[in-house]
Ligand binder design. Structure first.
Ligand SMILES: [Ca+2]
Ligand SMILES: [Ca+2]
Ligand SMILES: [Ca+2]
Length: 442
């Protein structure tokens, strides 16, 4: 809606700046003006002096006029005492609703009060084009609604047992499945099917839009760089830190440079730790300060203070807690002073449909069929934020303005969040407000 308004006003302003001759003015196409005269106005005099002609009646006692120099005509009309208002007959666009059949189930994007007003963010222009988001997770999995947006990536899992690909770090970031046998990840640990967690997270960032397939991601023109760090029993600090550094363009010994460095990093992972491990904090400082990467992390799912969960407790990251379909903090989400923002993470119990719907695979062990599934978690909340940052940065590019630094991205991301009662940092992510703030910022 605002796009159309801005585009038309832009045309009008450009015309005022042009030195018009009468001949040139005659060649300009007509533009429409809405005008409302006051009681007893000298209508024919106004039309003559403003060089307009009557086109049609409008509501509110107004009428539509046509002019070959709308800006000048409006100036002349507004200077008259007998005109109540005169303004361009602007063209408004419909609110973007994609044709993806699962969009109606993706309440977390559009529904009030729980959704992030994503359509209204897209209406302002951005789709994430040109932005790369590193999803530091379980790796990539083929999916018809996402594969076109995968770009590069690497496997940072050193432990061949965790990795299930028979080797350590290598150039193939394919998710081999993270299923566990009982007792495999420590005494008494339960058996578990493969999660395809990275596929779900990546789909929330950048699943394809308007392809009449499945659902969509928040930034459907962005690219996802899959950095594989989580395997069968999770991932080590050393591998995760290396993956973070490489994702942003930093050098990691023994690994070729990343040809697709990302300025947005999503870490839907974590574990208990009384403080942010120094190596992790140093790497996060480097990617932020040297490589200009904005890092978004999940707050954790134990309904405890996120201060005891890392990387949620690290400095310089956007720690994201999870809200439900009614925009309350979810029952599981961590909370506390280190939480910067909330985003939809959903609640799949008692109703699966109240979770976050994204791309998945049906395989209990190795990949099988491409599906969609509702998941819940701060892991699902974090990629909503990462996607909105991609929209904000694309909006900056569209405006011909400099892309945000991580500090600026956070400043404008929280410009006008949706209010949430307690435990949600600055409030719940509002894609429309954040994109508007990014466009308006100097
Ligand atoms: Ca490997
Ligand atoms: Ca789609
Ligand atoms: Ca924090």
């Amino acid at each position: 809606m605002r796009t159309g308004m801005a585009a038309l006003l832009g045309v009008v302003m450009a015309l005022t700046a042009m030195p018009l001759t009468t001949a040139a003015a005659q060649e300009e196409p007509e533009q429409e003006i809405i005008v409302k005269f006051r009681e007893g106005a000298s209508r024919s005099d106004a039309l003559e002096k403003s060089r307009t002609r009557a086109v049609a009646d409008a509501v509110d006692g107004a009428e539509v006029l046509a002019s070959r120099d709308a800006a000048e005509s409006i100036r002349v009309l507004m200077a008259r005492g007998d005109v109540e208002y005169a303004e361009p007959n602007i063209v408004l666009e419909s609110t973007a609703v994609p044709n993806d059949p699962l969009w109606p189930q993706q309440w977390h994007y559009w529904e009030q009060p729980g959704g992030i007003d994503l359509s209204q963010a897209w209406d302002q222009g951005p789709s994430g084009l040109g932005q790369r988001v590193a999803v530091i997770d379980t790796g990539r999995t083929w999916h018809p609604d996402l594969t076109a947006n995968y770009l590069g990536g690497y496997d940072f899992i050193s432990n061949a047992g965790f990795a299930k690909d028979g080797n350590g770090r290598d150039a193939n970031p394919m998710d081999q499945g993270d299923w566990r046998l009982a007792g495999q990840c420590g005494a008494g640990s339960a058996a578990r099917p493969s999660s395809w967690h990275g596929l779900h997270v990546a789909g929330t960032v950048a699943a394809l839009r308007n392809n009449a397939t499945g659902g969509t991601g928040v930034a459907p023109s962005a690219k996802v760089v899959p950095v594989r760090v989580l395997g069968t029993c999770g991932g080590t600090l050393a591998d995760i830190a290396a993956g973070i550094l490489w994702a942003a363009g930093g050098a990691v010994a023994g690994v070729p440079a990343n040809p697709h460095p990302a300025k947005i990093l999503n870490l839907s992972l974590g574990g208990p730790s009384a403080n942010c491990p120094p190596m992790l904090q140093n790497v996060l400082n480097t990617v932020r300060n040297t490589h200009g990467a904005t890092v978004i992390v999940a707050a954790g799912n134990d309904n405890v203070n996120a201060a005891g969960f890392t990387p949620a407790n690290c400095g310089g990251v956007i720690t994201t807690a999870a809200t439900d379909r009614q925009t309350n903090k979810t029952s599981y989400s961590n909370f506390g002073a280190t939480v910067e923002i909330c985003a939809p993470g959903g609640e799949t119990s008692p109703l699966a449909a109240n979770g976050v719907l994204s791309t998945l695979n049906s395989g209990a062990t190795v990949p099988a069929a491409s599906i969609y599934k509702h998941y819940q978690g701060t892991s699902m909340a974090s990629p909503h934020v990462a996607g909105v940052v991609a929209l904000m940065q694309h909006a900056r590019v569209q405006q011909g303005k400099a892309m945000f630094t991580p500090a600026q991205a956070w400043f404008y991301l929280k410009a006008k969040p949706h209010a949430v009662a307690g435990q949600c940092g600055k409030g719940r992510l509002d894609a429309r407000a954040s994109v508007a703030a990014a466009i308006a910022a100097p």
